[in-house]
Ligand binder design. Structure first.
Ligand code: NAD
Length: 477
């Protein structure tokens, strides 16, 4: 039964101006690229939005040289106090343009406007504000009295939080006195190019931030370039491994933020409705395209039946559809390739014997969509229990004792995040201490703050982003 009939509430596209084609942003100006241009597609329709330049080896050279010049002549010698002014200015412009940037993000990525407006953009601005505060206080970060910048940072980011991942990379790099060459993902370049415009608006000296677009090959050229001092990568574990091999034996510093397969552990004493909300938020937020998504539900056997019933009832209320509709909970899958990967893993779950369930929901006729999906009866040996699906698919397992919960939660090559739901603080702490995960949330999930370090263990990568710890990756000390 449809309890609430919502009228459509579309956010207007008029606030964005998508040009037919985009160049590379190098040394403060937009230029052509030497590679074959590519198209970025709107996931909700499957239609091309714009043609985007692709950087070849000569373009990467130019961008790195511009970043080096800017580092040596202006940004490196500048006082922290003056760098802070630029970062504050960028943060304020991001706030002023947040509506436009949120709409652009939802169009290019497929995520619901409610999330880009209420989560991504506020966090993007907060990241710049937070790091602006550090720029003149680096001597008080516990990293020595006078920590020095590294030089030129090569940064490669994925498509799931395009502008937020850019902020996580660029804000600390600039605050610490480094200059940047950043490559956004090929399916979501538009907000990074809009950010280039924000840099111009903020009068950031040319070459301090360079944005080069292109696919994996451009990223490969960038991280392998001799002129970079630091490589920061967020993306898949597979590409992270390749980058680690490329950088090994060089002077370059490296941080990797890779995949995850987080456990969301629900004990029988947890407030169940609250836990249902947390589990839903953990896996269906951003269509499950979240590295720290709570993609494995571990629920205590004594409450499993009741919990799964409540979870299904809640999933049936999720509204899947137009990312620009303010009532939408689950938007479009970012690309045809990602949709195929999700479908393939979900089919494997069925073939291996798990029980698949989705609420009835009408998916739009064009674009890339996947209904929120729950698998029950999942065994630890199933692919859906161990491989990252990176989509709106939850695998439910059960446990009897806290020891068993910890063992199952840790039985993964990843170690990025976890959630614990229980009324008892002592039990939560006991479990959290034993979980091999960079972040453990208690009675909540997906809470982010620029002051809190984020990062993984094992195949989820190494190094931390955010907080005082995140500064370490961009400073010589
Ligand atoms: P991906 O590794 O395919 O691509 C990420 C970026 O790397 C893109 O910009 C891509 O063009 C570039 N790239 C591809 N091949 C490259 C190469 N050989 N050398 C250099 N760059 C290359 O990942 P994706 O599919 O875009 O993103 C999804 C993955 O990112 C998931 O596994 C997810 O868990 C992970 N992720 C991790 C975090 C984190 O903080 N740990 C955050 C977001 C996403």
């Amino acid at each position: 039964m449809d309890l609430f009939a919502y009228a459509p509430a579309p956010e207007s596209r008029d606030v964005v101006d998508i040009r037919p084609s985009y160049g590379l942003f190098v040394d403060g100006a937009f230029t052509d690229g030497g590679g074959e241009p590519f198209k970025t597609v709107e996931p909700a329709t499957g239609e091309a939005l714009a043609e985007v330049a692709s950087a070849d080896a000569a373009d990467v050279d130019r961008a790195v040289a511009a970043a080096r010049r800017a580092y040596e002549t202006v940004w490196g010698p500048m006082s922290g106090r003056d760098r802070a002014k630029y970062l504050f200015r960028i943060a304020r412009i991001l706030q002023e343009r947040s509506r436009e940037l949120a709409v652009l993000e939802s169009i290019d990525n497929g995520k619901p406007i409610r999330e880009s407006r209420d989560v991504d953009l506020p966090l993007v601005a907060a990241h710049f504000f937070y790091h602006a505060g550090w720029a003149d206080k680096l001597g008080h970060a516990g990293l020595g009295a006078d920590p020095r910048p590294l030089g030129v940072a090569a940064q490669v980011i994925p498509w799931n939080f395009p502008l937020l991942m850019l902020a996580w990379k660029i804000a600390p790099a600039l605050a610490c006195g480094n200059t940047v060459v950043l490559k956004p993902a090929e399916t979501t370049p538009l907000t990074a190019l809009a950010f280039a415009d924000v840099c111009r608006q903020a009068d950031l000296p040319p070459g301090v931030v360079n944005i080069i677009t292109g696919a994996g090959e451009t990223g490969r050229l960038l991280v392998a370039h001799d002129g970079v001092d630091k490589v920061a990568f967020t993306g898949s574990t597979e590409v992270g491994r390749e980058i680690a091999r490329t950088v090994a034996g060089t002077r370059k510093r490296l941080t990797l933020e890779l995949g995850g397969k987080a456990a969301n552990i629900v004990f029988d004493d947890a407030p169940l409705d609250q836990a249902v909300e947390g589990v839903v938020n953990g896996i269906f937020f951003n269509q499950g395209h979240v590295c720290c998504a709570g993609s494995r539900l571990l629920v205590q056997e004594t409450v499993a039946g009741e919990f799964l019933d409540r979870l299904k009832a809640r999933m049936a209320t999720l509204r899947v559809g137009d990312p620009l509709d303010k009532n939408t909970d689950v938007g479009a899958i970012n690309s045809a390739a990602q949709l195929a990967r999700i479908a393939d893993l979900a089919d494997a779950g069925e073939r291996e014997g798990a029980e698949r369930w989705s609420p009835p929901c009408d998916l739009p006729g064009r674009g890339y969509w996947f209904a929120p999906t729950l698998f029950t009866g999942v065994a630890q040996s199933h692919r859906i229990a161990s491989e990252e699906i990176f989509g709106p698919v939850l695998s439910a397992l059960t446990f009897r004792t806290p020891q068993e919960a910890v063992e199952k939660a840790n039985n993964t090559p990843y170690g990025l995040s976890a959630g614990v739901w229980s009324e008892k603080g002592s039990r939560t702490l006991w479990v959290a201490e034993r979980l091999r995960a960079g972040v453990v949330w208690a009675n909540t999930f997906n809470k982010f703050d620029p002051a809190a370090p984020f990062g993984g263990y094992k195949e989820s990568g190494h190094g931390r982003e955010g907080g005082r710890h995140g500064l370490e990756a961009y400073l010589e000390h």
